[in-house]
Structure formats: C-alpha cells, structure tokens
Design a protein around this ligand. Structure first.
Ligand code: IPE
Ligand code: IPE
Ligand code: MG
Length: 245
C-alpha cells in the first residue's frame, strides 16, 4: 500500500478503513475513583482489548493507537515504568488471542530507546502475529509526529547525498514512504477520548485530511458503542480534500 494513495473522491467517506485513536483520559478516570494512575492505564488496556475485538466487524481494517508519546517521558519515572511494564504484560497476555483473531501487530515511533525488555516483547509479538489479515493494529510507542518527520527528513538527506534519489524527484509520495507509516494509507478517522481537542503530536503529516471525532468519554470507559457512534458520524461527513462539494 502506498502511504499517499487515498480514495480522494469528493464525498467518498462511507466506511472508515483506517481509524486512529488517541487513548486519553486514563489518569482522570483513575483520579475520579481515588485510584492510582496505573489503575487507569490498566483499565485503558481493557478498553483497547474491547475495541480491537469489535473493530473488524464494523469494517475497520487498520487501527493505529497512540500508546506513548515522545512527550510522555516527561511524566514521573514511576508512571513511565508502570506504562512500560503494562505494555509487556499486554503483549505477553494478549498475543495468542490477537493471533487467533487475525490481528497483525505493528509499531510506529522510535523503539530504540524503549527498555530492552519492551523491545524484545514487541519483537516476539510482531513475529507471532505477522500472519494476521483481519486487522492491522499499530501501536504508536515513543511516537511523535515531529520526531517522525525529522527522522524522515534525515533519511531523505542521506539518500540524496548518496545519490539514491535526485532532489528534483522529491515529492510528497517520496517523503511519505520514509515515514514510519509508509506501509499504510492515511487515517480516515481520528478519534480522541477525554474531550481534549488537540492532536498532541499524533500523526501530524498523515492527518492532513483525516476526519476528527472527539468524545468526552474517558478512554477506560470507551466501548464499541462509542466506536459505532464515531463511525456513524464519519459516514455522514463530506470529505472534499479542498475540492468543491
Ligand atoms: C492516556 O491517559 C494514556 C497515556 C498518555 C499513556 P493519560 O495518562 O494522559 O490520562 P489523563 O489525560 O491524565 O487523564
Ligand atoms: C496523548 O495524550 C498521548 C497518548 C494518549 C499516548 P497526552 O495526555 O499525553 O496529551 P496531552 O498532554 O493532554 O496533550
Ligand atoms: Mg492525557
């Protein structure tokens, strides 16, 4: 799949094949219950399980979820290590189930600075789900849109310097192939839980014409009814891509 080959027909928005989700609000969910933030992250993983199980039945083929941003390292070390621990736990407990459901796991973001244990668990999970053809589940880990664009720009400079590509041939398609998301089309729909109306550095390049849908629901409370609601809203949108309606 080409990262920039899209269904650009004006008004052609009936089904969202690729849904991106900013899984936000775990901390507030826990605080409301007088629980530690980690409990919110655990409940957030349950919400992810539900959505992954149900999404293919709604016609979703790709789900890209923001799990840890390049800015999330600013959190207390204790919370960061809890998140890394939960990631490994999720991968280890969920991989057989994901494989059985036909879910293929992938990642975007710079994994090289994640703990070795997380990297190893990711390698194992990616290998054992590689055959999944029902849903592509991409985890954004140590992901930031700006960092991704800078990494792509550096790759491009090296390619030009090496003479592998001529500067005159560089266009959006060439650039998009250097992004972490090179193997998937841009998201059709971006869902954000917890009511914040911002991208928080998620898929900056890829969201150029993505439809946005924000719910006040905190991520741990998110369920299939919310995904259905988002997809219904999407079906009513008129995607014009700058063209006339
Ligand atoms: C999202 O929930 C999970 C991550 C960023 C890892 P938060 O932890 O940001 O929850 P809130 O926004 O503080 O409620
Ligand atoms: C975005 O949520 C990152 C993830 C959900 C992983 P944040 O909670 O980090 O974003 P801000 O700080 O509210 O913008
Ligand atoms: Mg948050």
């Amino acid at each position: 799949m080409d990262g920039v080959t899209q269904d650009h027909d004006a008004g052609g928005s009936a089904r969202a094949r690729h849904v991106a989700i900013i899984m936000d609000g775990n901390g507030r969910w826990a605080a409301k219950r007088g629980l530690p933030r980690e409990a919110g992250h655990r409940a957030g993983i349950e919400a992810l399980r539900r959505v992954v199980r149900g999404a293919p039945d709604l016609g979703v083929e790709m789900l890209t979820v923001y799990a840890f941003s390049t800015e999330n390292w600013r959190r207390p070390a204790e919370e960061v290590s809890a998140l890394m621990r939960l990631l490994v736990e999720f991968l280890e407990s969920e991989t057989p189930e994901l494989a059985a459901q036909g879910v293929a796991l992938a990642t975007i973001g710079d994994l090289s600075v994640l703990p070795q244990e997380s990297q190893a668990a990711l390698r194992r999970a990616l290998a054992s789900t590689a055959g999944g053809g029902r849903l592509l589940l991409t985890l954004a880990l140590n992901y930031g849109g700006r960092a991704e664009i800078v990494r792509a720009a550096k790759k491009l400079v090296r390619m030009v310097q090496a003479g592998d590509v001529s500067l005159d041939d560089v266009d959006e398609a060439v650039f998009a192939r250097l992004l972490d998301t090179h193997a998937m089309p841009d998201p059709d729909l971006l869902v954000r839980a917890s009511g914040e109306e911002r991208l928080s550095n998620f898929l900056l390049w890829q969201s150029a014409y993505t439809e946005l849908w924000v719910t006040e629901t905190l991520w741990p409370d998110f369920g299939m009814e919310h995904l259905q609601q988002a997809l219904r809203a999407y079906a009513g949108r008129d995607r014009r891509y700058g063209s006339h309606s």
